[in-house]
Design a protein around this ligand. Structure first.
Ligand code: SAM
Length: 244
């Protein structure tokens, strides 16, 4: 059985897809997607030898070597342009996800859906999607083993630019009358802001707690730069307070 995190990612993969899971480790996600009939075929990409071998074993044991191709290579180097319509990249930092997606734009030809689960720096992934003509179509947040994860789904559509503009514009206005900056919406996530589920609230309460601890340390210093830093931290803490 898949973890709640991988199940949430799997739930975003379209039925009938030809998918590639980049940084697949044990290839649990592609195995589940092909076994459940969601994906007709899959590529499991891995750059490191250990996880690559684990993926090979998993796919062989599941009897799926004809449907899941396990390949060793860096990021999207393992796929050919037009070969897949869906790509999942999970369990890495946002900046690594962005560098994998940016390395060779030809590899994204024919790809219609991206399902991305950055462990940190989710804002960098949202910003890349926004700038590269992908429409962020949904966001999920979940907690598992005391860790909180965000899953971002994006689709390629001709009207992505306009849809993206209005998505971010609409969600800048909070019910309390406050207006967020674009960067703040990229940080919180436009759908997650709107849904404001309990897990989202816990994530940002914890973040505010961290900022308050930093603020207390900064306040003990008399350096001029510390005053500015303290002011910036107070603003960030206030913004989180308004959002929650
Ligand atoms: N995607 C799986 C998941 O979410 O459970 C595994 C996540 S694991 C923490 C990250 C995996 O990405 C590792 O197995 C690592 O070898 C692989 N990886 C890191 N950088 C990569 C790259 N540039 N190309 C392909 N795989 C990469």
């Amino acid at each position: 059985k898949l973890s709640k995190r991988l199940m949430t990612i799997a739930g975003q993969v379209p039925a009938g897809s030809r998918m590639a899971d980049i940084g697949s480790d044990h290839a649990l996600l592609p195995t589940f997607l092909v076994q459940s009939g969601t994906s007709v075929s899959a590529v499991a990409g891995e750059v490191n030898q250990g996880p690559f071998e684990a993926a090979l074993t998993q796919v062989k044991d599941a009897g799926l070597t004809d449907r899941i191709s396990v390949r060793k290579g860096d990021g999207l180097a393992v796929i050919q342009p037009g070969e897949v319509d869906t790509i999942t990249i999970a369990g890495m930092g946002g900046s690594l996800i962005v560098s994998i997606l940016s390395a060779d734009p030809s590899k994204l030809e024919g790809v219609k859906t991206l399902v991305l689960q950055p462990n940190v720096a989710e804002d960098q992934v949202r910003e890349w999607l926004r700038n590269e003509g992908w429409f962020l179509s949904d966001e999920h947040i979940l907690e598992e083993d005391r860790k909180i994860y965000e899953v971002l789904t994006a689709v390629k559509r001709p009207d992505a630019k306009e849809l993206t503009e209005s998505l971010y514009e609409q969600n800048r206005n909070l019910a309390c009358g406050m207006q967020l900056t674009l960067q703040q919406v990229l940080d919180f996530g436009p759908y997650l802001l709107r849904k404001a589920e309990p897990v989202f609230v816990s994530k940002w309460e914890a973040e505010a707690g961290k900022l308050r601890r930093i603020l207390r340390t900064v306040e003990q210093s008399d350096l001029e730069a510390s005053k500015e830093k303290a002011e910036e931290l107070r603003k960030q803490i206030d913004t989180i307070g308004e959002v929650l």
